[in-house]
Ligand binder design. Structure first.
Ligand SMILES: [Zn+2]
Length: 92
């Protein structure tokens, strides 16, 4: 059962719908403390783990470099994943 404020919400990285209580809040402005009139975006746990694994330091810089808040989500995620990928996971 969903509570009134318990989603579901869509992960901005993979589009998966997860309960809000299970998602990680992601504020593209890097300012989670100013909540008035804002819509937060959400990452599911696997994506959140992926992002933090790749960019534990300088995450906000990486997000900003990728165009957070300036390009649409799809473009942003693509840029961000490119920027934070350390090496190809597999060779074709
Ligand atoms: Zn996800």
């Amino acid at each position: 059962m969903w509570g009134e404020n318990d989603g579901p919400v869509s992960c901005i990285a993979c589009g998966e719908e997860v309960p809000r209580s299970d998602a990680r809040e992601y504020d593209k402005h890097g300012d989670r403390w100013t909540r008035d009139g804002k819509d937060f975006e959400y990452l599911c746990k696997p994506c959140f783990r992926d992002l933090t694994k790749h960019a534990r330091d300088g995450l906000e810089d990486a997000l900003d470099d990728a165009g957070a808040g300036r390009v649409d989500d799809e473009e942003f995620i693509g840029r961000f994943l490119d920027a934070t990928r350390e090496e190809p996971a597999e060779r074709e």
